[in-house]
Design a protein around this ligand. Structure first.
Ligand code: SAH
Ligand code: SF4
Length: 409
């Protein structure tokens, strides 16, 4: 059973184009707020203090109105409210799976060159002792991994840091994960922990290392103790293997790392994860070996999707173990999640167990990732939104002051 809690019109038909909205400061970095205060004419020497106040209201308490910011003067609150909002992305639909998994389709505000506000998906997976939020980094993906639904959607655009953080804010609103907030009224299953989102994984739509700067800035806001205060050890970036960016990510963001390995031979990985033709397995594993801060307590997760008759032989399992020797690693076996038109099938359950046994015997904890939210297409690799990228010739032509066409470049 799929419980659709809320579905709002998709912008076609009856709904009217909303009046131009004020820019939102939900998702703002410290620099964004410094800039906003400068625009409002706040004295330079006061700006840093104001930024700390606003961050605390936005990220520690989750307020959605400037009115609630009781330690900010009334005048400044009304100036803020005149120029900005704290709006979250719009919810197009919210689905709750039988197993408590929630999936939101969100519409982001329209930016230059967008045909309409692009749509992205965010998924929340509650377990008894933890809650994992899976967020998107791009609308669509430039890569075309053959088993992945997102890979069939061309890249529409990169998400901004504020849009990436906005997914976390919206999820926290919807599951009542703010101090003093109420749980959702459908009473959905939530973990038995103080915070309902304990882990963040960059495993939604897109290749996060191809949107490095925005994802990095967003994770700084997520991990900052004055921001959303998530531990970096509980934030995991998953990459298909953008080798040159892995070391930089380790140095600048320092989160946990997951690698979408999926094959132990280049000939097969070239097909399943085509970026392998550019950065083959050996280069990828070298980058993993040099990832900063690795230890038995801080391991890299290797994701391995189980595709029937393709990569699931016991010889593959043994080769996998040999390949990862010497790297502090966890192996995550992911049953393939089917999607309409997919050319693969999920391995038989007994085969997954036999495969897992070899991996376990070699000393790797290899949890088989229990598929979650399959009934609402919220599982790994099933995410795809209807957003498409407009060709330059289709983009709105925005006249500039000088009369030039600014829309088609
Ligand atoms: N682009 C990044 C992160 C997003 S994909 C990456 O590729 O790592 C998140 C994970 O889901 C990846 O390991 C990906 O390989 C896996 N995945 C994609 N499609 C899947 C499917 N249909 N079934 C199971 N896992 C899938
Ligand atoms: Fe893109 Fe990751 Fe899907 Fe590959 S698996 S197409 S990199 S989202």
């Amino acid at each position: 059973m799929v419980l659709v809690l809320k579905t709002v019109p998709d912008g076609h038909g009856l709904s009217v184009e909303p009046a131009a909205a004020l820019p939102s400061l939900a998702g703002a970095s410290r620099d964004d707020l410094l800039e906003a205060f400068a625009q409002l004419g706040v004295l330079e020497k006061q700006r840093r203090m104001r930024v700390a106040q606003l961050w605390s209201w936005i990220y520690a308490r989750g307020v959605v109105s400037f009115d609630e910011m009781s330690d900010v003067s009334k005048d400044l609150r009304s100036e803020l409210a005149g120029a900005y909002s704290l709006e979250r992305p719009e919810i197009v639909s919210e689905q709750v799976s039988q197993d408590g998994t929630r999936k939101w389709l969100m519409r982001l505000p329209k930016r230059e060159h967008d045909a309409q506000g692009p749509e992205v998906e965010t998924v929340y997976i509650p377990e008894s002792d933890r809650g994992t939020l899976c967020i998107s980094s791009q609308v669509g993906c430039t890569l075309t991994c053959t088993f992945c639904h997102t890979g069939t959607q061309k890249l529409v655009r990169n998400l901004t840091h504020a849009e990436i953080v906005g997914q976390i804010l919206l999820a926290r609103d919807r599951i009542g994960d703010w101090p003093g907030a109420n749980a959702p009224d459908d009473g959905g299953r939530l973990p038995n922990s103080d915070r309902k989102i304990t882990n963040i994984v960059l495993m939604g739509m897109g290749e996060p290392l191809y949107n490095f700067d925005n994802v990095c800035e967003a994770m700084k806001i997520a991990a900052d103790s004055g921001g959303l205060a998530h531990s970096r050890r509980r934030i995991t970036l998953s990459t298909s293997g953008v080798v040159p960016e892995i070391a930089r990510w380790g140095k600048e963001a320092g989160t946990m790392l997951a690698i979408s390995l999926h094959a132990v031979r280049d000939e097969l990985r070239d097909i399943l994860v085509p970026i392998n033709r550019k950065y083959p397995i050996k280069d990828l594993l070298d980058a993993c070996r040099s990832y900063p801060g690795l230890s038995n307590a801080r391991r890299i997760t290797f994701e391995y999707v189980m595709l029937k008759g393709v990569n699931d032989s016991l010889a593959d399992a043994r080769a996998l173990v040999r390949l990862l020797a010497g790297i502090p690693a966890k192996i995550n076996l992911i049953p393939f999640n089917a999607w309409p038109g997919a050319e693969y099938e999920c391995s038989e359950w007994e085969q997954i167990e036999r495969f897992a046994e070899i991996v376990n015997k070699a000393g790797y904890a290899s949890p088989v990732r229990t598929p979650r939210g399959r009934d609402i297409l919220a599982a790994c690799g099933q995410l795809k939104s209807a957003s498409v990228k407009l060709r330059a010739s289709e983009r709105a032509v925005v006249p500039t002051a000088s009369g030039e066409d600014a829309g088609a470049n």
